[in-house]
Design a protein around this ligand. Structure first.
Ligand SMILES: [Zn+2]
Length: 345
């Protein structure tokens, strides 16, 4: 054999093997250099990931638990911090989350809440009253004769009959989110604030939510006419709402909140009260300071004049049908109301 050809036949494969070995070394170097980049991503936000993964795990646990309490045909969705369940198809539940829960949460966070949920909030939604009543009786041991929704503080669970409107969900969601941000909120204000959003309108950007007039105004105006409306200081400083006048007191609380909102004072009042809750647990001193009122009777007189004018102006207002709104059907019985169950208070 030609010696030149012999050298090529022997050295060629060795050379090729060497080149391949070097190339392999190169790729090994690349993959090693990629590892630290991946680790650094993990290291950058370990706490964030930790909180999120803990919340997600907690949501999965709650989802499993709620599944055992529902009919097998019901749907359960995990959308941290929310676990949504209900007797409706997945796409309907998904829309409820996307079109009502998310925008409401966002707008309330912009306006009021600084502390995000660190534990799951369960939303159990029923398409009809029968399913709602059955769950309330069977799981929460409640007799919701004419309730449209309730929030169970001990379980951070809200249960709603969505046929009464998205405003019912907004009302109970406000209780659930406020529970993280301002757990010691006085009862009158907890109910008043939640009631504001049961009838409300999103801004053009969708970032803000403003309460508007609703059927509760008639309860206040009727009580005012019949001289049954409590003085505002009695409502605010009372230990709890009157058992036999709940609906009037809750309507009164809603309109005190709208009275503040109309003067751009609702959000400042919320934040000021939250920071001073220990020294002013009822909120009465803070309310007086915010509205710059000399006496209790001044607040009452101003409020009573305002509500008549406000209702008249709202009736003459042309509704903006290009904006997303939340609303809740009128409650037929004067004794019934959506409620917060203060089992942890
Ligand atoms: Zn409520």
């Amino acid at each position: 054999m030609d010696p030149h050809r012999k050298i090529i036949l022997i050295a060629g494969p060795i050379l090729l093997t060497g080149v391949c070995f070097l190339l392999t070394l190169g790729s090994a170097k690349d993959s090693r250099s990629a590892v630290p980049r991946q680790i650094s991503v993990d290291v950058v936000s370990p706490l964030k990931n930790d909180v999120q993964s803990r919340l997600r795990q907690a949501c999965e646990n709650v989802a499993q638990e709620i599944q055992t309490q529902l009919d097998r045909s019901n749907t359960v969705l995990i959308r941290p911090p929310f676990v949504l369940a209900g007797d409706m198809p997945e796409d309907v539940l998904e829309r409820l989350h996307r079109d009502v829960v998310q925008p409401t949460e966002r707008a309330l966070n912009v306006g009021f809440f600084d502390v995000p949920p660190t534990e799951p909030i369960t939303i159990v939604a029923f398409a009809k009253e029968a399913g709602f009543r059955d769950f309330a009786r069977r799981v929460d041991r409640r007799q919701p004769d004419s309730y449209y929704g309730y929030y169970l503080r001990s379980h951070r669970r809200l249960v709603v009959n969505v046929s009464t409107g998205a405003g019912t969900l907004a009302h109970e969601l406000t209780h659930a989110l406020a529970h993280f941000d301002f757990p010691n909120m006085p009862e009158w204000f907890d109910e008043g604030l939640a009631s504001v959003f049961e009838q409300s309108e999103f801004s053009d950007t969708g970032h803000r939510l403003t309460g508007t007039d609703n059927w509760r105004v008639h309860q206040v105006l009727r009580a005012l006419h019949d001289n049954r409306l409590r003085k505002t200081d009695e409502l605010v400083q009372g230990r709890s709402v009157r058992a036999n006048h709940e609906s009037i007191d809750y309507a009164h609380a809603r309109y005190i909140c709208l009275f503040l909102q109309d003067q751009q004072l609702l959000e400042p009042f919320y934040r000021k009260l939250r920071s001073r809750a220990e020294i002013d647990p009822s909120g009465w001193q803070t309310l007086r300071e915010v509205v710059a009122s000399e006496t209790a009777s001044d607040i009452d007189a101003d409020f009573r004049r305002w509500i008549v004018k406000y209702h008249k102006a709202q009736r003459q207002r042309t509704a903006r049908n290009d904006r997303q709104t939340l609303s809740m059907k009128p409650i037929e019985s004067t004794d019934s109301r959506p409620e917060a169950i203060a089992t942890n208070k």
